[in-house]
Design a binder for this molecule. Structure first.
Ligand SMILES: [Zn+2]
Length: 162
């Protein structure tokens, strides 16, 4: 895999450099394959992959620079927040009612999240039913205030370390 796009103000080259360093550490066993629960939806029974918020050198291999995410949270939600901001906001609300990514396979739950999206578009209030207890402080999560403007991808000010 060669990274071709910018993220959080890090260039494709910087991202690729960290990605290559990660591959080496994983091969040597100095970095373990991700385990535990998804850093976004908190599901602890789902395969995980690494996601970097910070590609700066020297590289940091722990949260919040390096996070473990399930595939759906990582590829379908987090990286698509720029083109689908309403879906991202609705997804955060889903997570905060104790929802996992995989819950969206349940048609009833998916419909409810879609109704939430429609409510956002109309600027109406809509409360999602609680699915599980939520263990994090709302608004203090690493993902609570991520930039959603497309300019942030290549904006040096978006870098985690200035
Ligand atoms: Zn997840």
């Amino acid at each position: 895999m060669v990274v071709k796009s910018w993220y959080n103000g890090y260039s494709p080259k910087e991202r690729d450099d960290k990605f290559k360093a990660m591959k080496k550490l994983l091969a040597k066993g100095e970095l373990l394959q991700p385990t535990g629960s998804c850093s976004l939806c908190n599901d602890n029974e789902v395969p995980l992959e690494y996601h970097d918020e910070d590609y700066g050198a020297p590289f940091i291999w722990e949260p919040p620079a390096l996070l473990t995410l399930c595939r759906h949270c990582h590829r379908d939600k987090l990286h698509k927040r720029f083109s689908r901001p309403v879906a991202w906001l609705a997804y955060i609300a889903h997570i905060r009612r104790g929802g996992y990514a995989r819950d969206l396979k349940d048609l009833q739950i998916k419909k409810e999240v879609d109704a939430y999206k429609a409510a956002i578009e109309k600027n109406e209030a809509f409360v999602l039913k609680s699915l599980r207890p939520y263990e994090h402080e709302i608004g203090k999560e690493w993902f609570a205030n991520l930039r959603m403007d497309i300019e942030s991808l290549s904006d040096p000010l978006a870098r985690a370390r200035k």
